[in-house]
Structures are given as C-alpha cells and as structure tokens.
Design a protein around this ligand. Structure first.
Ligand code: HEC
Length: 97
C-alpha cells in the first residue's frame, strides 16, 4: 500500500508543466530566493536582478552555470546547488511571472 502511494506521489510530481510550475514556486519560496530576488522574482532592489519574465531556458542555464562555477558569484555559487534537479521547474515558474 505504501509503495502504491509513493508511486502516485512521484507520478504527480513528474506530471504536467502546470504541476512543475507549482513545484518551482514552492522551491523558489522554500529556498529563500525571494528574500533577494523578490516575491515572484520581481526584485525591488537593484543589486538583485529581476528574474520574472526572463527566458526559462536561460534561467535554468544560469543556475547550472552557478553550480559548476562557469558563472562566478559568491552568493549564487552558494545558493544554486540547492536548486539541483529543480532548475527547470524554478525557471518555468519565474519565466511565467
Ligand atoms: C542573498 C541574496 C540572493 C539569494 C538568496 C539568491 N540570489 Fe540569485 N542572485 C543574487 C545576486 C547578487 C545575483 C547577481 C549575480 C551577478 O551579478 O552575477 C543573482 C543572480 C541570479 C540569477 C541570474 C540573473 C541575471 O540577471 O543574471 C539567477 C537566475 C538567480 N540569481 C536565481 C536565484 C534562485 C533560483 C535563488 C534561490 C535558490 C537565488 N537566486 C537566491 C542574489 C541572491
């Protein structure tokens, strides 16, 4: 019974892009990204770039580049590893704002 419930949970997590976008929103808020980049990626502080409405593929790539060190920023090099596996979901969410 537990196995069945687990399978259902995983399937729903991997489901439609709408579900993924919800997950991206949850991750964005849970990881504290909004503390710098603003609610829904709409930053009001010039130091922190606005992420809302930017190209999803580009955002996901920045997160991967911060993880690998291909793009250097002390803060984001520390934050980006926490998005591992959720880069695209977070990017889809932000792009849609
Ligand atoms: C403590 C503040 C802070 C937090 C928290 C933070 N960021 Fe950032 N973020 C920055 C700064 C500063 C930059 C600009 C870095 C640079 O100039 O290269 C940045 C850049 C970015 C960029 C590239 C945007 C661009 O216009 O070049 C993305 C994408 C991004 N952050 C996503 C995230 C995500 C997703 C999270 C949560 C996991 C997060 N950030 C958490 C401060 C923060």
């Amino acid at each position: 019974m537990k196995k069945v419930l687990f399978a259902v949970a995983v399937t729903s997590m991997m489901g439609t892009s709408a579900v993924q976008a919800d997950q991206g929103e949850d991750m964005y808020n849970a990881l504290g990204c909004s503390g710098c980049h603003g609610v829904a990626g709409k930053s009001s502080i010039p130091t922190y770039p606005t992420l809302a409405g930017k190209d999803a593929a580009w955002i996901a790539q920045q997160l991967k580049d911060f993880q690998s060190g291909a793009r250097q920023d002390a803060t984001m090099n520390a934050m980006a590893p926490m998005t591992a596996g959720f880069e695209q979901a977070i990017a889809d969410y932000l792009s849609a704002q």
